[in-house]
Design a protein around this ligand. Structure first.
Ligand code: HSE
Length: 437
């Protein structure tokens, strides 16, 4: 047997405790398989008393993650603290500078500082592995870095945030409003500590940043991701989409376009019978269009102790096997700049929900504003106002749902601005892109 691989684990929350359970369950078998013992050479967490309940008394304890990262006997520093600055960043940098391999689940750290950290890893000849940073148990980083490495990727997209998918699924299934389902998702522990990261689309944007970099060989560019969250999606949108044969999903989408990479995290409509529409609850999925492999989709748990620990352990095993790959597959010096496509040039169909005031000619004027911008309508449905929904003296505004033919975003935005200006709607129009799958 080769000499043991000694790991130091910083962070014993959900993922860290999942990793301890996995090593307890499978450590001996894995050591046999790889011909190398995996030894925990140190642990570190915020609260030692709480950590004791994990049965870590026999393990060397470190109060300071940076000290653990540099500790002489440690071969691999496993960073499971989370957060893009402060201790996790300093500890990962310290480990890489000390020529320790790093395994991390920290999507925010890598989305923001990935290029610098990857350069540090390359300069020191060590691995910086982050399978657990994107979509939990789904092995999408390895799929891009290894299995699809020979392809030119045209597009990568998916459901990258389980909390949002859970909320949208429950709104759909139970006809409940957004806030009531959000409270339930928090109670179940799905949401991040600050749920704004989930529902605002930022967690998915971190993940999409890493996927886009690997898929297109470009520098990670978090700022280039256009982000809209799900907080504006109402029960009325879910219901109208359903009647038209669609589901609403928060998707992260990165695609090559003639003017650059279009990367966005937004709610979109997808056909109700599409594979992605069937991905329900906290489950994640990632679809990849490769020029030789074709289109494939990976579906599975995007979070949780066991699934995420599985991803962390797979990174540790890669290191145990030996061989060093650049973190983003292409060496940092050769990653191309991320050229951001102008979203106003986005081509696609749109769902629009308007609250139209009840006056003669209002609908005709709306249709004309669309026509003025060259936007052609596929369907227009005026629904009965729900009784008691408006405190107006006259008739309440009527919900009108428009589906457009494919057009560009600049045209839609101009038409909607003019419609608002005309005073024919009582609230801001809702606009949701219809994703071409
Ligand atoms: N809060 C994330 C989600 C889990 O809801 O998907 C970890 O990324």
């Amino acid at each position: 047997m080769k000499h043991p691989l000694t790991i130091g684990i910083a962070g014993l929350g959900t993922v860290g405790s999942g990793l301890l359970s996995l090593l307890e369950a499978h450590g001996a078998r894995l050591s046999q398989t790889i011909g190398r013992k995996i030894v925990i050479g140190g642990v570190c967490a915020r609260d030692r008393e709480r950590a004791r309940t994990l049965g870590i008394e026999a393990l060397p304890w470190f109060d300071d993650a940076i000290e653990l990262a540099r500790a002489p006997g440690i071969d691999v520093f496993v960073e499971l603290i989370g957060g893009d600055e402060g201790v996790p960043r300093a500890a990962v940098e310290a480990a890489l500078k000390a020529k320790k391999h790093v395994v991390t689940a920290n999507k925010a750290l890598l989305a923001k500082h990935g290029a610098t950290l990857a350069a540090l890893a390359e300069a020191n000849g060590v691995e910086l592995n982050f399978e657990a940073a994107v979509a939990g148990g789904i092995p999408v980083i390895k799929t891009l870095r290894e299995a699809l490495a020979a392809n030119e990727i045209q597009r990568i997209y998916g459901i990258l945030n389980g909390t949002c998918n859970y909320i949208l699924t429950k709104m759909q299934e139970d006809g409940r409003p957004f806030l009531s389902v959000l409270g339930e998702a928090q109670a179940k522990g799905y949401a991040e500590a600050d749920p704004a990261f989930d529902i605002g689309g930022f967690d998915a944007a971190h993940k999409l940043t890493l996927l886009a970099s690997l898929a297109f060989g470009t520098l990670p560019a978090l700022d280039a991701v256009y982000v809209e969250g799900i907080q504006t999606i109402s029960a009325a949108d879910i219901e109208a989409a359903d009647e038209l044969g669609y589901r609403i999903k928060l998707l992260g989408v990165a695609s090559r376009t003639p003017s650059g990479i279009e990367a966005r995290v937004t709610p979109v409509l997808v056909p109700r019978n599409s594979a992605i529409a069937q991905v329900a609850g906290v489950t994640n999925c990632v679809a990849i269009d490769g020029d030789f492999a074709g289109s494939l989709m990976l579906i599975g748990p995007g979070a949780g102790a066991r699934a995420t620990a599985s991803a962390v352990a797979s990174d540790i095993l890669d290191i145990a096997h030996g061989g060093v790959l650049p973190p983003f597959l292409t060496p940092v010096a050769q990653l191309r700049p991320h050229i951001r496509a102008d979203l106003s040039q986005h081509q696609g169909a749109y769902y629009i929900r308007l609250s139209v005031v009840d006056k003669p000619g209002a609908l005709a004027s709306i249709a004309k504003r669309m026509g003025d911008q060259g936007v052609s309508l596929e369907s227009l449905v005026q629904k009965k106002p729900k009784s008691g929904t408006a405190l107006t003296l006259g008739a309440p505004p009527a919900p009108v749902i428009l589906i457009t033919h494919p057009t560009n975003e600049r045209a839609i935005r101009s038409a909607l601005a003019a419609i608002e200006q005309d005073g024919n709607v009582s609230e801001r129009p809702q606009m949701i892109r219809i994703e071409k799958l």
